[in-house]
Ligand binder design. Structure first.
Ligand SMILES: *Cc1c(COP(=O)(O)O)cnc(C)c1O
Length: 430
């Protein structure tokens, strides 16, 4: 498409946008009385207007039914989480039995590592990406420290990071595959962010998963920036396990519950260790309070506690919206919206003397989702701060990057145009 950097053109794209009405389903903060341009749906998605109703429903049931709400409310609490299996399985390309919702993201990755990181003296290495999200780095280190003392391997050799080549911003697939082969039989686990949080790069999960399996390793994915953003086929790709948070692209509210995936090939493996609790126990017999743990055959078998229903309510509002729209339409809009933003950024960079920035996210649509990371060569943090003051909400990542994620659920093409105008103005003013 031949884009134009004009308000009329942006408005014409909005007029043709099938999802345009969803913008009104979200609550936008205001700066100086004006609705913000929101680019941080990759960090905390906006609040859907319908969410309050879902939370109120639980509050009302609790008030009116108290303990009886577990079984007799319209959406009984004891199996409330089961409502997530169908919509989440659509979002991540899984079977309903392969997904569930519980805990929070890093906690779930730790719990899944209990099952899928069981190092021996010969097979103990973990492959991850260089500069993984800090929480993931702390997780790896603590898992390695925990096991190395018991098993007896050198903890300083256990974590193998895939590096970017000098002068490049993204990791090459051939470098990942070569490293997997090089580590070979010593490889116990590959665990990478499916979409890199810093650059927005999307990894070829199918190929990497296959390569890890060839070395007899388990392969899991941290899908924090992938769930609700990119097309996923976790079942088909034979991914062993995955987890994601719900508060980024999935708009479920701050710090909210995580989703997780365990491939059906593991559901009947009685040798797979796990940390258990009563909510993972055989459903029919859960309240018989038997002494021996008999896990549900499915991702639900990894549940531990009864669920925080007040947290799940906003997440349910969110997955209901995803079910209404479907990932296909979101991805179609995402591609066009991101491409339009890219066009506007490049035009400003070419046109303005004082502008000097570089988009470090892959330009190839297959290798990115809804995020452009912009390295500011000319400007610095001060530009980011002025954008915020002018109602453009982005985020800052050291050393010199702003991340822009135009979430297709609620961002408009006119937002992209308007952002371009504000950016130009701020660069000229300086
Ligand atoms: C956002 C994010 C997290 C956050 O983890 P929590 O346990 O939900 O705090 C972890 N990993 C990645 C890659 C993320 O982007």
């Amino acid at each position: 498409m031949n884009f134009q950097n004009t308000r009329e053109f942006a408005q014409s794209l909005d007029a043709q946008d099938e999802l345009k009405n969803y913008r009104n389903e979200f609550i936008f903060p205001k700066v100086n009385g004006k609705q913000v341009i929101y680019f941080t749906g990759n960090s905390l998605g906006l609040q859907p207007k319908r969410t309050k109703q879902y939370v109120d429903e639980v509050m009302t049931d609790w008030a009116n039914l108290a303990v009886e709400g577990h079984f007799y409310s319209d959406k009984p609490w004891w199996d409330y989480h089961e409502r997530f299996a169908a919509p989440l399985s659509e979002i991540v390309g899984a079977k309903p039995t392969e997904v569930t919702v519980m805990n929070t993201l890093t906690v779930n990755l730790h719990l899944l590592m209990v099952s899928f990181y069981r190092p021996t003296q010969k097979k103990f290495k973990i492959i991850c990406e260089e500069k993984a999200f800090p929480s993931d780095q702390y997780m790896f280190q603590s898992q390695i420290d925990f096991h190395s003392k018991l098993v007896g391997f050198n903890p300083s050799e256990a974590l193998v990071e895939i590096k970017r080549r000098d002068g490049e911003h993204n990791i090459r697939i051939e470098d990942i595959l070569a490293k997997i082969e090089e580590v070979g039989e010593e490889l116990a686990l590959v665990l990478i962010g499916g979409v890199n949080y810093y650059t927005g790069q999307v990894f070829d999960m199918k190929t990497i998963t296959e390569a890890g399996h060839k070395q007899g390793a388990y392969v899991g994915w941290d899908l924090a920036h992938a769930a609700g953003n990119i097309e996923l086929h976790l079942n088909e790709w034979n991914v062993d396990f995955a987890a994601w948070c719900s508060y980024k692209y999935m708009n479920s509210g701050p710090g909210n519950a995580s989703g997780c995936f365990v491939h059906e090939m593991h559901h009947n493996d009685a040798d797979l260790p796990r940390f258990a609790g009563w909510w993972g126990h055989n459903k029919e017999r859960r309240f018989k309070m038997e002494p021996k743990f008999d896990p549900v055959r499915g991702a639900e078998g990894w549940q531990i506690s009864n669920l925080p229903i007040l947290s799940l309510a906003p997440y349910l509002a969110s997955v209901d919206m995803f079910a209404e729209v479907g990932m296909t339409k979101l991805i179609t809009k995402r591609n066009l919206l991101t491409a339009y933003l890219e066009f506007i950024l490049k035009e400003i960079d070419n046109e303005l003397e004082g502008a000097d920035f570089e988009i470090i996210t892959p330009s190839n649509q297959e290798e990115r989702g809804c995020q452009l990371s912009v390295y500011l060569h000319g400007q610095g943090r001060e530009l980011f701060e002025r954008l915020m003051k002018n109602g453009v909400i982005t985020d800052w990542r050291e050393p010199n990057v702003i991340r822009l994620a135009p979430a297709p659920f609620y961002c408009s093409f006119e937002d992209m145009y308007e952002f371009g105008q504000i950016l130009k103005q701020l660069i000229l003013e300086k």
